[in-house]
Design a binder for this molecule. Structure first.
Ligand code: 5GP
Length: 135
């Protein structure tokens, strides 16, 4: 499946590459939340996390950890957000699996969405539905 990231992988579109191994590739986001914001992708294609093979996940996660440690140390960040947006409604724009590695600094003003309290009854109802799917 051709996406902007397959063109980056093939070298058709330039990028600021920071890491590559047999399976994974990482480069800086063109529109970073903070400087050092990186994207880690598998060289094989899946649209997102949910359709990725177990092999893809097992081989990608160590690369994400390696890149996240390097991003954190290189930028002097105190923390890192590791995020994957699954589906357009969740903010996914590029349909080639990727994890964002975003360095975070105290007082950088980047906000998370806010949660809302849930009643015990509501939690039980949704918990039951999810447990039924998990078997
Ligand atoms: P998503 O919203 O799909 O989770 O994230 C896609 C990310 O890819 C965005 O943060 C966006 O800035 C980044 N991006 C989109 N096009 C390019 C590109 O051509 N080069 C680079 N380096 N990043 C890109």
């Amino acid at each position: 499946m051709e996406t902007i990231f397959s063109k980056i992988l093939s070298g058709e579109i330039p990028c600021e590459k920071i890491y590559e191994d047999d399976f994974a590739f990482a480069f800086l986001d063109i529109n970073p939340v903070n400087p050092g914001h990186a994207l880690v992708i598998p060289k094989t294609w899946s649209a997102g996390f949910l359709d990725a093979s177990e092999d893809t996940i097992c081989r990608l996660i160590p690369a994400i950890q390696k890149v996240a440690k390097a991003v954190k140390e290189a930028t002097g960040a105190e923390g890192v957000n590791i995020i994957q947006n699954e589906g357009a409604v969740a903010g996914q724009k590029v349909f080639h699996l990727h994890f964002h590695v975003i360095p975070r600094h105290a007082g950088d003003g980047r906000e998370h969405w806010h949660g809302n309290p849930i009643s015990a009854e509501e939690a039980k109802a949704v918990g039951e539905k999810i447990r039924a799917k998990l078997g």
